[in-house]
Design a binder for this molecule. Structure first.
Ligand SMILES: [Fe+2]
Length: 220
């Protein structure tokens, strides 16, 4: 399995507060059958700079890579909060998943203005493919507007086991709106999230395999 959304790097965000935590997460990922991970710490444009973020993330990535004896491949990425003006950052492409032009975008929980949605179009015009993180979390009416923008979508495996969100994910899959499934693991829920990723394979069957194929193509 390939996990394209997870918070596993030590002290890069609130996902893991130590190298020990990160190793626990990594070993659990391996135990549940994950072979590649895209590390996607949060990037919040309103209280961080891209340079500062990249330097913190890369330091954490090398720290974990140095002690990684699991055989799980680690790639660098980010979960980027969408804000107006985001596309104007000169170094925005640095936030794409390593060696790709795919960027993982987290939407704010507020109502999305047209100006905000237009940022997605701006990112796309820079040649970036936008992947919306955990699509099931957002108001379905707002999601309709998003999908009209030709974005890709990722869902969280553990949401599949929650009453409303699980139903929503199944609906989105039926309507061909989903491209990826991932763990979105943090240290506080790493066991549940990896167990859910594995379990979702049994539940989603060929759809799950397709999502993993999609993730594999991303990392080639
Ligand atoms: Fe996340």
């Amino acid at each position: 399995m390939i996990d394209i959304h997870c918070h596993i790097l030590p002290r890069a965000d609130h996902g893991s507060s130590s190298l020990e935590d990160s190793l626990k997460q990594l070993k659990t990922a391996k135990k549940f059958g994950v072979s590649s991970i895209v590390c996607t710490p949060h990037f919040y444009p309103f209280n961080d700079s891209i340079d500062r973020f990249i330097s913190r993330r890369d330091k954490a990535y090398y720290e974990l890579s140095d002690v990684n004896d699991t055989g799980v491949k680690l790639y660098r990425g980010a979960e980027v909060r969408l804000t107006t003006g985001l596309s104007r950052h000169r170094k925005i492409r640095k936030l794409a998943i390593e060696n790709t032009n795919y960027i993982l975008i987290e939407m704010p929980s507020s109502v999305w203005s047209n100006m905000l949605l237009n940022e997605i179009v701006n990112l796309q015009s820079l040649g970036l493919n936008v992947i919306i993180a955990h699509l099931e979390r957002y108001n379905p009416r707002q999601v309709q507007k998003l999908m009209a923008l030709d974005v890709l979508a990722q869902v969280n495996a553990y949401s599949l086991f929650a009453p409303v969100l699980g139903w929503r994910i199944r609906k989105y899959i039926r309507e061909s709106m989903v491209t990826f499934i991932a763990s979105d693991t943090h240290i506080y829920n790493y066991l549940i999230t990896y167990r859910a990723l594995k379990k979702s394979h049994f539940i989603l069957g060929s759809n799950f395999n397709r999502f993993m194929d999609n993730a594999g193509k991303l990392l080639i």
